[in-house]
Design a protein around this ligand. Structure first.
Ligand SMILES: O=C(O)CCC(=O)C(=O)O
Length: 246
C-alpha cells in the first residue's frame, strides 16, 4: 500500500477517479476494474469485523445462502429514506469517496454480506437505483467473483447456460478494495458460486495483482464483504417531517 494515499478525508469529493488508481486497473478485463490489494491493514480488518459482529441480531437479514446487514437506508425507486452511516463505516466510505469513485458524491449506502464456506450469491446486476460504481472491501476470507454476459445479449441464439456465459473471474483477497464501473458494472452480471474451495485458472483476470497462480486451490473461510455505493435519489426525513433543514 502506498503510504498516505488512502488516508485523507475532505468535505468535497473529487469528480474524477484518482490518477493514482491507474496502477491498479486490471488490464485484461473489460473497462473498468480497479483491484487494490491491502487497501486496509490487518488491524483495520479486525476492527471492521468486530463492528460488524457487534450489530444487534435484528440488524441481520437471513437469506438463503448468506446473511446481510443494510446500512444507510433502503434504496427504492422513489428514493431512499437516508439514515446516517455509523462512524465505523463512515471512515471507510469517506476514504473511497475521496478517491473520486462516485464522481464527486459521497458513498451513502453499505451492504454487509456474510458468506460461510459453501455459500454464494446468484449472478445479478446491481441495477439503476445506484450510481453505476460499486466498491467492495473484503474481510476474513477471499472470494472468487464471476462475471457473466446477460442472456440474450448475443441474440436469441446466444449461449444460455451459466458456464458458457462466464467471461472472467476476479480473486478478491481479504483487505482488498474492488472498484467496478462502466461496462463491468453496467453490462455484466456478477455472482459467487456456492463452493467450499476455489480453483484458480487463467480466467482469473487479476491473478498477478492478487499474488496468485493458475492451478492454485483456495479453501474458503467465512467472508464478510462491505459493498459501498452511492444512492443518488434520497428522501430527506426532515423534509418529510415538515422541518426546513435537510
Ligand atoms: O460480496 C460480494 O463481493 C458481492 C456482493 C454483491 O454482489 C451484492 O451485494 O450485490
Amino acid at each position: 500500500m502506498i503510504k498516505g494515499m488512502f488516508t485523507s478525508s475532505s468535505m468535497a469529493y473529487p469528480c474524477q477517479i484518482s490518477k493514482e488508481l491507474e496502477q491498479y486497473v486490471v488490464t485484461n478485463a473489460p473497462p473498468t476494474v480497479y483491484y487494490i490489494p491491502d487497501f486496509i491493514t490487518e488491524v483495520e480488518e479486525q476492527y471492521l469485523l468486530q463492528e460488524v459482529y457487534k450489530a444487534p441480531k435484528p440488524k441481520w437479514t437471513q437469506l438463503s445462502g448468506r446473511r446481510l446487514q443494510n446500512w444507510g437506508g433502503l434504496p427504492r425507486p422513489k428514493g431512499m429514506l437516508a439514515e446516517k452511516l455509523p462512524d465505523w463505516l463512515l471512515k471507510y466510505t469517506n476514504r473511497i469517496s475521496d478517491l473520486g469513485a462516485f464522481n464527486g458524491k459521497a458513498a451513502n449506502h453499505v451492504l454487509v454480506n456474510e458468506y460461510k464456506p459453501g455459500e454464494g450469491i446468484m449472478p445479478h446486476e446491481d441495477g439503476p437505483l445506484y450510481h453505476p460504481t460499486v466498491t467492495t472491501i473484503s474481510l476474513g476470507s477471499h472470494a472468487l467473483l464471476d462475471f457473466y454476459r446477460p442472456i440474450g445479449q448475443c441474440g436469441t441464439e446466444g449461449p444460455r447456460d451459466e458456464e458458457s456465459r462466464c467471461l472472467l473471474s476476479l480473486l478478491l483477497r481479504p483487505r482488498s478494495l474492488l472498484i467496478l464501473r462502466e461496462e463491468m458494472y453496467e453490462r455484466l452480471l456478477h455472482g459467487i458460486r456456492n463452493d467450499w474451495e476455489d480453483t484458480l485458472t487463467e480466467r482469473v483476470a487479476n491473478l498477478s495483482s492478487a499474488s496468485a497462480q493458475p492451478g492454485g486451490v483456495l479453501t474458503r473461510g467465512t467472508r464478510v464483504s462491505l459493498t459501498i455505493r452511492h444512492v443518488p435519489k434520497v428522501i430527506c426525513a426532515n423534509l418529510l417531517l415538515g422541518r426546513k433543514k435537510c
